[in-house]
Design a protein around this ligand. Structure first.
Ligand code: NDP
Ligand code: MG
Length: 397
């Protein structure tokens, strides 16, 4: 039987690349239905103009649209679509929980991914997880319910896919250290003084990856790597002290695992999300992919540096949040979302992003072992505080 996939966030960078991977799999899967997929639900927030061609091509059973006005607009843009059209967060949750799903791709951006991911896990569906913010905000809770339900969480993030690939056939207790590689982003060689004046346009020019705006800014501040440290802790059960970050500007080694016997495994490949997306969908099997082969001799050399914590304080903020545990990750994530949004709208400077996060953390109490309602309340409260900081320009003082 072909498998049934629901893609939460199908109009985004990961969502559209997931659909491209499905094209590849269906082109070669004629004789083997285990690796072909029927699209069950496609979901988005506002970009219904991008959803309509996906609906025409992939003929999903239904669509779910978060924004109510966009949902109404979809119905007028696509009057011939006869499947269910669900609106709002309840609609996304209904799609995520649908008993007909055999896998759910969680590719929404930010905290918006938490509740639909939780709902999909509670329904017992394996998750292909791109939405790292759900583990940053609610890693302990989400991995707890996934364990209870026996639901696998398959990493889509390239670094975590690399680690998972290095761990095939290994026991988690043999890990001595995980090394996450970071491209360093567009400001790898920008001085502290220059960082004060960088524009959103400059920050959105990532040297190696084409991604959504929010993660591209997170890559420029190195918060993305900080989030990946937290994500690695929850996916692989390692302690914060066992996770290192190394800057590797070529993005060819996607991450490494050092084992207790001193052996180190790495996963390499050209920087394309098609490889980790496909691996999550076909795991534990590997299927052919049209991605270009990697040539070590053409690459010539691979380089590595220590990250500069002074110029990129977000990385340490994330490590500290992981050490603190409880709701600290949720606060950092919410404040970061607000600060990135404010930076993109030119309300704050690039270097003020970490200050918003720090001040929000200082204003809130950390709560250990948070329940889902506590996580939702913490996110809402942190957003109010961070928004106040960005609009009143308190961070520039
Ligand atoms: P995009 O911004 O490109 O896409 C986000 C998707 O989520 C879109 O479909 C968007 O809908 C939808 N969405 C946004 N806000 C909401 C909301 N409030 N409610 C419901 N749906 C919403 O992001 P990316 O694809 O780049 O990233 C998605 C996730 O994957 C992020 O967590 C990111 O960190 C992670 N990731 C991304 C990588 C990449 O290469 N892009 C690599 C590794 C991880 P609409 O189009 O209507 O706005
Ligand atoms: Mg990554």
């Amino acid at each position: 039987m072909p498998r049934t996939i629901t893609i939460l966030g199908s109009t985004g960078s990961i969502g559209t690349q997931t659909l491209e991977v499905l094209d590849t799999l269906s082109a070669q899967g004629a004789g083997d239905h285990a690796d072909t997929f029927v699209v069950r639900w496609l979901t988005c927030n506002t970009r219904v103009a991008d959803l309509v061609p996906q609906v025409r091509k992939y003929k999903p059973y239904g669509v779910a649209i978060r924004d109510e006005a966009a949902c109404a607009q979809f119905k007028s843009l696509c009057p011939d679509f006869t499947g269910p059209v669900l609106c709002g967060e309840e609609g996304l949750c209904e799609a995520a929980a649908d008993p007909a799903n055999t896998i759910v791709m969680s590719a929404m951006v930010g905290f918006s991914g938490v509740v639909p991911t939780v709902v999909a896990i509670r329904a017992g569906h394996p998750i292909a997880l791109a939405n790292k913010e759900s583990l940053v905000s609610a890693g302990e809770y989400i991995t707890g319910i996934a364990r209870e339900q026996g639901v696998p969480i398959l990493a889509v993030d390239s670094e975590h896919s690399a680690i998972a690939q290095c761990l095939v056939g290994e026991e988690l207790k043999s890990i001595s250290r995980i090394v996450l590689t970071a491209s360093g982003g567009p400001f790898l060689n920008t001085s502290t003084e220059q960082l004060d004046d960088v524009s959103p346009e400059q920050a959105l020019k990532h040297p190696n990856w084409m991604m959504g705006a929010k993660i591209t800014i997170d890559s420029a501040t190195l918060m993305n790597k900080g989030f990946e440290v937290i994500e690695a802790r929850w996916l692989f059960g390692v302690h914060a002290s066992q996770i290192d970050v190394v800057v590797h500007p070529q993005s060819i080694i996607h991450s490494l695992v050092e084992f207790v016997d001193g052996s180190v495994k790495a996963q390499l490949g050209i920087p394309t999300m098609h490889i980790p997306i496909q691996y999550a969908l076909t795991y534990p099997r590997r299927l052919a992919s049209p991605v270009q082969p990697m040539s070590l001799t053409k690459l010539g050399s691979l380089t590595f540096f220590e990250p500069d914590h002074q110029r990129f304080p977000c990385l340490k903020l994330a490590f500290d949040a992981l050490e603190a545990g409880g709701t600290a990750g949720c606060i950092v994530n919410a404040a970061n979302e607000v600060a990135v949004h404010a930076f993109l709208n030119k309300h704050i400077r690039f270097t003020e992003i970490p200050r918003v996060i720090e001040r929000t953390l200082e204003s809130m109490k950390n709560q250990q072992n948070p329940s889902l309602p506590t996580i939702l309340e913490t996110d809402a409260e942190a957003r109010i505080i961070a928004t106040h900081l960005t609009t009143s320009r308190l961070v520039s003082q």
